[in-house]
Design a protein around this ligand. Structure first.
Ligand code: DX5
Ligand code: ZN
Length: 215
């Protein structure tokens, strides 16, 4: 399975996000992970669809939009029109089956995510039709946190379930606290899409770090 690196612009310099996104592409990233926070589902506020619209012309990479928001159904149109390629919604914030239908209606790839304290089984119904599934390996809201080791078992269970339902190649993304030190275990557990914010943007050599994160 292709290993994809999705650096999170949450860790980028917000005063020049367009340049930062272009730099990610030059340095070999596969996706741009956009951490949308509304100050309700999680305490911080980051940015909305307008930021996605602003960065769209600066990269051809898929924009992987992680919506940490309440009522995600009210934002889908704006993100689709802004140029989002993948929209990930939280099981804790909506009816996934309903949201998947709406996301598909906009011609955008659909993905579902669970928080660390949410059972991985809550993603199983979405696994039948999702274009990707996301497991949080930190509590959402901030970059630069420590990876929660219990996530490894959830990755294994999710990958085994995907194999069981005949979708062995389904993209499983892991998000939060992934670094060069622990990415090997994350990939071995069965994830193939790696979100990395601080590991990438704090690196003195972004291209080398992205290469090493590919294991
Ligand atoms: C946290 C976000 C993560 C975070 C990852 O709520 O969903 O994507 O930005 O940042 P690092 O890789 O620094 O943990
Ligand atoms: Zn994220």
């Amino acid at each position: 399975m292709k290993i994809k690196i999705a650096p999170s612009i949450l860790a980028s310099d917000f005063s020049k996000v367009g340049e930062e996104v272009a730099r990610l592409e030059t340095c070999g990233a596969d996706y741009v992970h956009c951490d949308v926070m509304d100050g309700n589902f999680v305490p911080p506020i980051t940015f909305g669809a307008q930021m996605v619209k602003a960065i769209r012309p600066h990269t051809k990479l898929p924009l992987d939009c992680h919506l940490m928001v309440l009522h995600p159904e009210t934002h889908l149109k704006d993100f689709a029109e802004a140029g989002a390629d993948i929209i990930t919604v939280h099981v804790e914030a909506c009816n996934i089956a309903e949201l998947f239908k709406q996301i598909e209606g906009y011609g955008v790839k659909k993905s579902a995510v669970v928080n660390p304290e949410t059972d991985v089984e809550k993603l199983f119904p979405a696994a039948e039709t999702a274009d990707m599934l996301l497991l949080m390996s930190v509590h959402p809201g901030w970059g630069g946190q420590k990876f929660i080791p219990e996530t490894l078992h959830k990755i294994e269970k999710l990958r085994n379930y995907c194999v069981k339902i005949g979708r062995p190649e389904l993209d499983i993304e892991v998000d939060g606290g992934v670094t060069e030190a622990n990415v090997g275990e994350v990939l071995k557990a069965g994830a193939n899409v790696i979100v990395a914010g601080s590991a990438v943007f704090r690196s003195p050599d972004m291209a080398a770090t992205i290469k090493r994160l590919r294991g």
